[in-house]
Design a protein. Structure first.
Length: 237
């Protein structure tokens, strides 16, 4: 199917269940600013169509035949030709052990298969503009995942030493799952200021987007698992 020309966000649906794809298509195309440009029933087909059509967003199921959604996502994110494509993972989450791996693979966000229709449309729009969708519930799951891991965070030296005191404060709030407006209220600063700090954090910690920033916060030791606190700063410049 050829892409629509009057919609600003072009969506590729990847799911091995035809009924699920049909439901997503009807929902997505009910929005005037979104269009479905293609459907894939395997991860391999999702990669091929992403390279061919360059969608803005891939609505990606994790469990698919031939190539699962995780591998397909890694390929799409790593390929320079499709690096601008954002992947929104569709998951059962509470029963899905792959959520953490999906964040490492480059997912820009997650939606549950039983999410409300209006929330799914909002999620697509959020990731399409380059933001990440990481809800507090998913953030709490990530915190729990890190807290259960016996190994200490890695690479906590040089990266953290480049952060200012304010950047470290913002990072703590991001890792807790707060939005920019919520962080602004917590720190008594403007939303624009928070956005600037987040952008600098992304660059300094080598994170692709907000979801990756939360992962980096724990892996780099910026937040101590199980405590929700920062380790002592080595540089407050």
């Amino acid at each position: 199917m050829m892409p629509a020309t009057d919609a600003s966000v072009r969506v590729l649906i990847a799911d091995d269940e035809a009924l699920v794809r049909a439901g997503f298509r009807v929902l997505v195309e009910s929005a005037s600013d979104l269009s479905v440009i293609a459907e894939a029933d395997t991860g391999a087909q999702a990669v091929r169509l992403a390279r061919q059509l360059r969608p803005d967003v891939v609505l990606m199921d994790i469990r698919m035949p031939i190539m699962d959604g995780l591998e397909a996502m890694r390929i799409i994110v790593a390929d320079p030709d499709t690096a601008a494509t954002r992947v929104l993972v569709v998951t059962t989450f509470d029963q899905d052990e792959h959520v953490f791996a999906a964040l490492h693979g480059g997912a820009s966000g997650f939606v549950l298969k039983d999410t409300r229709p209006e929330d799914l449309l909002a999620a697509i729009r959020i990731v399409a503009v380059g933001d990440a969708l990481l809800t507090p519930s998913i953030t709490r799951r990530l915190i729990a995942e890190f807290a259960q891991r016996p190994q200490p965070p890695t690479a906590r030296g040089e990266e953290l030493s480049r952060l200012t005191e304010r950047e470290r404060e913002v990072l703590l709030q991001v890792a807790a799952g707060l939005s920019n407006s919520e962080i602004a209220r917590q720190l008594f600063v403007g939303v624009t200021t928070v956005k600037t700090h987040v952008s600098r954090l992304l660059a300094k910690l080598g994170a692709r987007d907000r979801a990756q920033l939360v992962v980096a916060a724990y892996e780099f030791g910026a937040v101590l698992p199980g405590t929700g606190s920062l380790p002592p700063a080595s540089n407050s410049s």
